[in-house]
Design a protein around this ligand. Structure first.
Ligand code: ADP
Ligand code: MG
Length: 466
């Protein structure tokens, strides 16, 4: 319905439609990996006081755009109009006429603004929906269970516990459940967070003497979703708190949704009573996708990004990358980056060169270190595992070396932010940009880090000069 309205307007050649198309064209060109099919539904509704207002009907999309895409849209609006515009995404519920209090900052009505204890609430990605989830033999059970939970929260399986290796779609399924539940019942209170956030908030709440607030936050929610619950290992105090949270919610029939890298019994140092709670609902595992599923996933991701792929490309990439879906996406990003950089359409030949070993993985290009050699040097220096480095773990012991890698890659290779992000497990370019800024500023203020980075850099460059 939304599409047809756009279509109608498009035939009218109204200035809004041209602007809409120009924005998308600019973004596709300059921030290709960010663009999604559904950007077509964003509707410009006018400029007031230097602010271009863009209407977004879907709440999850709205929030996502506000948090992640404002900078790029503003850049696009400025480039197209030649005016110093900023962009403001507004939802259909909001007053479409700007008010005195309206501004470019943020209009989302989050209840937590001004509450620093819970400032880092996790954002749902519109990409992670059931529609965009490809079902195959490795995830069929987990997917079916997730659908059942989304259909009857608190009644189908409680808790639902999804486990499996890195990059196999656990977070995707968790978010799909959240989105599906919110679509059906927008007023549902969902508390969705990573286990690390839960632990950090808990510690902060204890320190600040704000446990009541913490408890009411987690114990009064309709649905509690905690990603990567295995991080509770060894955290006795947090386990204790979580146990009571769990019981309170469970007893009142509210849905608990968990993911982990291991089944409950294999999480080291997890209290027995928690293990048994986790096992009392449905435990489902996600396995690596088979070749056919990998091909379908690539096709689906390409479609989502409006990327035209000749049929043999997904097959080639799927045959070459069989580790996990995140790597698969990283490979696709790399192929797209190559096509953009060379101004050529994507062909099998191009995909082959983009993914060839001397493209990014080994050796050096023109005296530059390769990304692989950067990773080798950094993992050796900090004594961490490659899998951790490429994972989504946000613990400081992993996050810092990962940021150092990105900073080095930016400084010593010619790869774009997007390509670097793609290499580090499909992270987007804003993550890379953030990492680069963080390390640049830390090098100035933290002599010990500056020293580490300098030593890593020296050893990397010594290696490179043959
Ligand atoms: P995990 O949480 O298990 O480490 P994620 O859920 O973050 O993995 O998945 C990594 C990436 O792979 C995400 O971009 C996700 O959309 C994608 N992905 C994983 N499995 C599927 C699938 N079956 N269909 C489509 N995309 C998938
Ligand atoms: Mg995850």
């Amino acid at each position: 319905m939304k599409k047809s309205r756009n279509q109608l307007q498009r035939n009218d050649y109204s200035p809004e439609v041209t602007l809409q198309q120009d924005l998308i064209t600019y973004l596709r060109h300059h921030h290709g990996s960010m663009c999604r099919q559904w950007f077509d539904d964003i509707e410009p509704i006018g400029v007031v006081n230097g602010v271009l207002r863009l209407l977004v009907n879907e709440p999850v999309q709205l929030r996502y755009l506000q948090r992640v895409c404002t900078e790029q849209f503003s850049e696009a609006a400025q480039a197209i109009t030649g005016r110093l515009l900023s962009v403001h995404f507004v939802g259909s519920e909001e007053d479409r006429v700007p008010s005195a209090t309206d501004g470019p900052s943020d209009s989302s009505a989050e209840g937590d603004e001004g509450n620093p204890l819970f400032s880092e609430e996790m954002l749902l990605s519109p990409d992670y929906s059931f529609e965009n989830f490809v079902v195959g033999p490795g995830n069929r059970l987990a997917h079916a269970a997730a659908m059942a939970v989304a259909e009857h929260p608190g009644r189908a399986y409680n808790p639902i516990f999804i486990h499996g290796g890195v990059g196999l779609g656990k977070t995707h399924l968790l978010q799909a459940m959240c989105q599906s539940i919110l679509n059906k019942q927008p007023s549902t209170k969902i508390c969705y967070t990573s286990c690390s956030n839960f632990m950090d908030w808990f510690i902060d709440a204890v320190k600040a003497g704000r446990m009541n607030e913490f408890r009411s936050r987690f114990r009064t929610t309709d649905i509690l979703v905690i990603d990567d619950i295995h991080f509770l290992a060894k955290r006795e105090q947090t386990q204790e708190e979580f146990f009571h949270t769990f019981n309170t919610l469970y007893q009142s029939g509210r849905q608990i949704i968990l993911s982990s890298d291991a089944p409950p019994n294999d999480i080291p140092d997890l209290e027995e009573r928690l293990v048994s709670r986790f096992n009392c609902g449905l435990v489902a595992r996600v396995d690596k996708p088979c070749f056919e599923t990998r091909v379908s996933i690539l096709q689906s991701k390409a479609e989502l990004q409006r990327l035209e792929l000749p049929a043999e490309v997904p097959a080639y990439v799927a045959a070459k990358v069989d580790s996990n879906v995140r790597e698969l996406e990283g490979a696709l990003t790399r192929v797209r980056g190559y096509a953009m950089a060379s101004g050529q359409p994507i062909t099998l030949q191009l995909a082959k060169s983009a993914l060839s070993d001397d493209g990014m993985t080994s050796g050096q290009t023109n005296g530059q270190p390769s990304i692989q050699s950067i990773i080798d040097t950094v993992t050796q220096y900090y004594d961490i595992k490659l899998t951790d480095l490429l994972s989504k773990r946000r613990h400081k012991s992993i996050a810092l070396p990962r940021q150092v890698c990105m900073w080095l890659a930016r400084r010593h290779t010619r790869f774009s932010l997007e390509e670097i992000g793609g290499y580090f497990g499909g992270r987007d370019h804003t993550t890379v940009m953030h990492a680069v800024r963080q390390i640049s500023s830390k090098r100035e203020n933290d002599p010990s880090l500056a020293n580490d980075v300098e030593r890593i850099e020296r050893s990397l460059l010594d290696e490179t000069i043959v």
